[in-house]
Design a protein around this ligand. Structure first.
Ligand code: NAP
Length: 475
């Protein structure tokens, strides 16, 4: 069992001022993985003070030195691959192959990408009548969710370090150990003391203390809309900068000329990946009415290619939900879908056959879904798909945009004009045409209630900078 009850403050692992702890549960076995400190407001105060004191010097570190620092972090991150892969399987329930191929690699790309971006990033601009300088905002409060333990943190960390900010980090209490390893990585890579501080604990205490602290200049949050809205209200008190990466209910528009089997496979991958606990996952499949039955049949045949079960088994594609609460939420939505008149075509309530322990859901596909049903409007954060029919492309686009969210959108098919029409018409921050590769240098973030601000690449760095205009510069 892992016991990690210290906080990382001012370059050292120190005791919390409190003695309470939080247990971390393995969602596949329901056994205790370990415990962390349930940090206090005083811990946050000490961490913010350390970040504040480190800021004047770190904000002046040369760009070349910041590049070297990010490269050193990336190298040390790779050295800790085995530890990171194992812990994300234990605390999140990520299948061991996904832990390595998806979680570990995603976390790494942000450090490498930020170092690359810094090589060409323009911190200054000379205009005819002014000189613009982009300066780090100050102390950043970084609050992250559990669904991608290293990725969510490293995208914020890499951008904040690249910009020259110092920071206090609070990871999700369900998956804190990956963040502890990240702290060890940053320490080993030579991040100066006070620049990075980690305070484990609950959102209501540690998260709240970060978001209300007068010396925190920006809160960068990834998580639910409900908590994000509260943080925005807190930020309003002392006009803090805020960046919010929130939920989604992304549409997947299948064109009439799409290959049905390929589309069905891509659709299943969307809801099964990370057990549907992906903010940008496509969960509303918008399908031509004449293709509907064939699409459902194709998914019934293909669903066996997404085995659910033991995360330690290399053949497993989908592990458990992260927690009992999350499992119950998913189950309640499946019940709600049936009550509102949708039909279960694949899966359904309860655990998959043969699994009697752990927070496992079934890959569940609903047909006869109307876009105004709860299962088509609310984010479920589980492996649950709504299939909705359309007559023509304009109707498909209307359905796609009939949501409070706008994080991502997907279009699948061949006709170039139709692909472009859908891509340009969906109101969302990131669009994928067919199964295109992810570009981590491109901005990631949401329209509408999916958030404010952007992460990844140069846009991610911009979030942590303030432009200063100097007039009358004696060049
Ligand atoms: P959450 O409940 O909002 O928690 C996110 C983080 O906020 C956790 O560290 C949590 O701490 C902390 N927190 C909770 N209450 C707080 C408060 N009052 N003040 C400050 N911090 C507080 O979200 P979640 O359930 O972990 O994650 C799922 C949600 O995140 C989904 O809605 C999903 O769509 C969204 N998400 C968005 C993106 C994106 O990039 N747009 C990516 C991934 C996930 P505790 O863990 O201690 O509760």
């Amino acid at each position: 069992m892992l016991n990690h009850t210290k906080q990382y403050i001012n370059g050292e692992w120190v005791d919390s001022t409190g003695s309470d702890t939080i247990e971390v549960i393995n969602p596949a076995t329901e056994e205790v993985v370990g415990k962390i400190s349930s940090g206090t407001k005083e811990d946050v105060n000490r961490a913010v003070q350390a970040a504040k004191e480190a800021f004047p010097s770190f904000s002046k570190m040369s760009v070349d030195d910041r590049i070297k620092l990010l490269e050193a972090i990336a190298e040390e991150y790779e050295n800790r691959k085995d530890d990171l892969v194992k812990i994300m399987t234990a605390e999140l329930g990520a299948p061991i192959t996904k832990s390595e191929e998806i979680h570990f690699k995603m976390g790494l790309t942000h450090f490498k990408e930020a170092a690359e971006q810094l090589k060409t990033f323009k911190f200054t601009e000379k205009r005819e009548k002014s000189y613009i300088q982009k300066e780090p905002i100050g102390v950043a409060g970084l609050i992250t969710p559990w669904n991608f333990p290293t990725n969510q943190l490293s995208t914020k960390l890499a951008s904040a370090l690249a910009a020259g900010c110092t920071m206090v980090v609070k990871p999700a209490s369900q998956t804190p150990f990956a963040a502890v390893i990240l702290a060890e990585i940053l320490d080993k890579a030579g991040v100066p003391k006070g620049v990075f501080n980690l305070v484990n604990g609950s959102g209501s205490t540690v998260g709240e203390a970060i978001s209300t602290h007068p010396d925190v200049d920006i809160v960068s949050f990834t998580g639910s809309g409900e908590v994000g809205s509260g943080l925005m209200k807190n930020a309003a008190e002392d006009i803090k900068n805020i960046s919010l990466e929130l939920g989604g209910k992304s549409p997947f528009v299948i064109l009439k000329d799409a290959d049905v089997k390929e589309a069905a496979k891509a659709a299943l991958g969307q809801i099964a990946m990370n057990t549907g606990q992906v903010c940008s996952a496509a969960t509303r499949m918008i399908v031509p009415e004449e293709m509907h039955d064939e699409f459902i049949e194709a998914m019934k045949e293909l669903v066996t290619e997404f085995p659910v079960g033991d995360p330690q088994d290399k053949n497993t594609f989908m592990g458990p939900q992260v927690s009992k609460d999350q499992w119950e939420t998913v189950q309640s939505y499946i019940k709600r879908g049936e009550e509102e008149g949708a039909t279960i075509a694949i899966g359904g309530p309860g655990r998959p056959d043969g699994i009697n322990k752990g927070f496992f859901s079934q890959i569940t596909v609903f047909t006869n879904v109307k876009n105004d049903m709860t299962i088509a409007q609310e984010e479920i954060f589980g492996p649950v798909m709504s299939v909705i029919k359309y007559k023509d492309l304009d109707e498909a686009i209307d359905i796609a945009n009939d949501t409070i969210y706008g994080l991502a959108g997907y279009v699948f098919g061949n006709d170039k004009e139709d692909l472009k029409k859908v891509a340009f018409s969906i109101r969302a921050g990131q669009i994928r045409i067919n199964d295109s590769e992810t570009d981590r240098s491109a901005p990631f973030g949401g329209f509408k209630q999916s958030g404010i601000g952007r992460e990844w690449g140069d846009y991610g760095i911009e979030e942590f900078l303030e432009p200063k205009a100097i007039m009358g510069m004696p060049f």
